[in-house]
Design a protein around this ligand. Structure first.
Ligand code: ADP
Ligand code: MG
Ligand code: ZN
Length: 723
């Protein structure tokens, strides 16, 4: 299997995240690698995937014992055999696992660094083939880093002790130069292939809220955002943590608390309740979070200001590891600054250190007070290059109150309306401004007018927004015709001559097309998923997770459930098409989830044969899909009927039609007539389509005699290339 197939089959993903492929190929080609990727960047997959392909086993060194079980559970859920060795195991469990390892039962073994050089472990390693040693959180080896672990210094010795040196891969999210240099040196990476990816986390929305009443702000936020989803609220002190958790519970918002002053058992229980989705909200001091890999934390709210930017970024960064939109909100009050300053004063630091602490604090204070882009302010702190002034996804860039001058934009639009002689509607005017090459524009010669293409960098929606604003301000008049046309008004000239200025809310204008895309590809899913179906799927997931003693996200991520609630998969193939669904997960859970989807569709009279499934066609073809289409096409060439192809390929006829359509798009010839048994059917179908349109299949079907099937309709649509 190639790496793309493994990615799909085990992990359920169609494509790699930035940097992953390079590092994976590096490891597979026997090179040491160093991956520096932000939290949520997908580091684990970089060593888990090659581990499947490499001979023998991969040893993963990771500092957090509490996490190993989760990681291994997740692996096993995906059908990858793994285990872990750390101090939580009793003697019996340990020897059982050792035996399993000797017997070749596992591909991946997680080990705590303290274990590496024990006699027992060394002895074990002698007898087995270790192909790779992967070091997660590699910055723990550096004293410059914020969480130095002396036991990490044992790693190089361990690697040396292995007879045939395995490839070594190291991963971290800490990107400072000193740390990177130390990691390479201390671990002894040999001429490593490096992939260093920026700090930015585009899916995180940053905001500083200056509010007088934090508690009511919080309640308001919780009521209106991400209801039923997970979030962390950080407070400065244990006392605040306890008081706030209590108040939230009293308000009917189930919350657990977490701080260093509790017994270990209670802490663990509260943490588990949060991670396993029994309670959605945890209020905590900064003692919480180290090694929390929960991917679906939708918001991190700082009820108090932390001590510096590094701490803030680390804590806030626990939101949105899964890449879905998530909020990082800092509640600002001057009193918090006073408190932090007091903490520095009252400790006995050297003057140099004290100055540094003040400076670090000041950076965060500046962050709270700036009117500029918050994301850029963070990136600057970490020495990153800034790409755009405006990130379009932070509280400042999307500030509601700020008005910006759009006089120049208004002038361009008005003069364009004038240049096209006030003869066209909004769409055409915008196309001219954006320099569209559409057939209509070219036919009409509108590419010759002087305003053609003068607003290329603006998105269509922003231009529409400005046009509508100008209409509302009476600088443009829209005729009330069947085809409405934009005309100038008697006020337009004052704008064109620069006698008056035009202002507009900033947040509505920042989506210049050159700007950062707000959130990856999940935008479409986010906007279109069926909320009630999503809830039902979530319920099922929760039930299953409780039965199996797993965290819900180990079964499916929210993003997978949301895709299900867009595409309504109802068979094996379309279910496997869902992001995050690999083979094993389909086998374990597919049937149950598909049942919910089918029942839901029946109850709500959603026509599954209709448009929902069409959405799947929209996904671009990838390498993995290509083989699939080719196999179908091979059957076609053999002269099989659709039914025969479907049964040979173990797909539905609809899917086969879809495959063949795709083949045709790719330039292969498909003679659809072969599948039409009675030419009079085609005529009837075309007539029906003429009548009711193509949007949904059901109305077409309903117009036709019983013996004409959905498949017939689809074939005719394909044959006549109606889509
Ligand atoms: P890191 O250790 O870098 O913080 P993780 O390895 O925990 O990040 O991965 C973060 C999330 O990204 C996980 O939920 C993981 O399933 C997901 N992920 C990893 N690789 C991909 C991919 N290629 N496509 C989509 N999601 C991915
Ligand atoms: Mg990680
Ligand atoms: Zn911004």
């Amino acid at each position: 299997m190639n790496i793309h197939k493994i990615l799909k089959t085990y992990f359920g993903y169609e494509e790699f995240k930035k940097g992953q492929e390079k590092l994976i190929r590096g490891s597979l080609n026997g090179k040491d690698v160093l991956g520096v990727m932000p939290t949520g960047g997908g580091k684990s997959l970089c060593y888990q995937l090659p581990a499947i392909l490499l001979e023998g086993i991969t040893i993963v060194i990771s500092p957090l014992i509490s996490l190993m079980k989760d990681q291994v559970d997740s692996l096993n859920e995906m059908g990858i055999s793994g285990t872990y060795i750390n101090s939580t195991l009793n003697g019996e469990e340990l020897s059982e696992r050792m035996q399993g390892i000797r017997g070749g039962k596992y591909k991946i073994i997680y080990v705590a660094p303290e274990r590496l050089n024990t006699y027992l472990f060394r002895d074990l390693i002698k007898d087995i083939k270790v192909s790779m040693v992967a070091i997660d959180e590699a910055h723990c080896i550096s004293q410059w880093g914020h969480d130095f672990r002396p036991s990490y210094l044992e790693i190089p010795k361990f690697i040396k002790s292995i007879e045939n040196r395995p490839v070594v891969s190291a991963y971290t999210a800490t990107a400072t130069k000193e740390v990177i240099v130390e990691i390479k040196e201390l671990i002894g990476l040999k001429d490593p292939l490096e992939s260093i990816i920026g700090f930015d986390r585009p899916n995180l929305f940053y905001k500083v809220a200056k509010v007088s009443d934090k508690f009511s702000y919080l309640i308001d936020y919780l009521k209106n955002n991400y209801q039923g989803e997970s979030g962390i609220i950080y407070c400065a002190t244990r006392k605040t943590v306890e008081a706030l958790a209590k108040k939230l519970n009293q308000k009917g918002i189930p919350t657990v608390d977490y701080h260093g002053g509790m017994t270990a058992e209670i802490r663990q229980k509260n943490q588990d309740d949060f991670i396993f989705g029994k309670v959605n909200i945890i209020v905590a001091t900064n003692a919480f979070g180290m090694g929390i890999d929960k991917p679906d934390v939708r918001f991190v709210i700082h009820y108090n200001m932390p001590k510096n930017m590094e701490a803030y970024y680390q804590e806030a960064g626990r939101a949105g590891r899964d890449g879905e939109p998530s909020d990082c909100i800092l509640l600002y009050s001057p009193a918090d600054i006073v408190k932090q300053k007091f903490l520095i004063q009252s400790s006995t630091f050297s003057p140099r250190r004290e100055t540094m602490l003040y400076e670090n604090l000041q950076y965060l204070v500046d962050y709270c007070n700036t009117n500029d882009c918050l994301r850029n302010s963070i990136l600057k702190y970490f020495g990153e290059e800034i790409e755009e002034d405006n990130c379009n996804n932070c509280g400042n860039c999307l500030s509601e109150s700020e008005m910006v001058d759009i006089t120049i934009e208004a002038q361009k639009i008005l003069s364009c309306i004038y240049r096209v002689q006030e003869r066209y509607g909004t769409t055409m005017v915008i196309q001219v401004l954006r320099g569209s090459r559409s057939k209509r524009i070219l036919e009409l010669g509108l590419d010759k007018v002087s305003t053609y293409g003068i607003m290329k960098e603006y998105s269509e929606s922003v231009l529409k927004e400005i046009v509508m604003t100008l209409v509302s301000m009476d600088y443009i008049y829209i005729t009330a015709d069947k085809y409405p046309v934009l005309k100038l008004t008697q006020n337009s000239s004052s704008v064109l001559k620069g006698e008056v200025k035009v202002y507009h809310k900033k947040d509505l204008l920042v989506t210049k097309s050159s700007g950062r895309k707000k959130v990856v590809s999940s935008d479409y899913i986010e906007a279109n998923y069926d909320k009630s179906l999503f809830e039902e799927l979530r319920e099922l997931r929760y039930r299953l997770s409780q039965e199996k003693g797993l965290a819900p996200f180990m079964i499916f991520h929210d993003s997978s459930l949301k895709e299900m609630a867009v595409y309504f998969p109802q068979d094996r193939e379309s279910f496997l098409n869902i992001k995050g669904v690999g083979l094993k997960k389909y086998e374990s859970y597919g049937e149950q989830f598909i049942k919910i989807i089918k029942d839901y569709s029946t109850e709500n009279r959603i026509d599954l044969a209709g448009f929902k499934r069409e959405n799947l066609v929209e996904k671009p073809a990838r390498e993995y899909d290509m083989d699939r289409y080719q196999l179908t096409y091979d059957c076609y060439l053999e002269g099989l009927s659709l039914k025969e192809i479907a049964s040979r390929r173990d797909y539905t006829i609809n899917t086969i039609i879809r495959h063949l359509e795709r083949c045709e798009k790719n330039g292969q010839t498909v003679n659809w007539s072969r599948f039409i048994d009675d030419p009079s059917k085609e005529k009837k179908i075309l007539a029906a389509i003429d009548e009711v349109g193509l949007e949904k299949l059901k109305p077409i079907k309903e117009m036709l005699p019983e013996e004409i099937s959905y498949e017939d309709i689809r074939i005719v649509i394909a044959k006549n290339r109606l889509k």
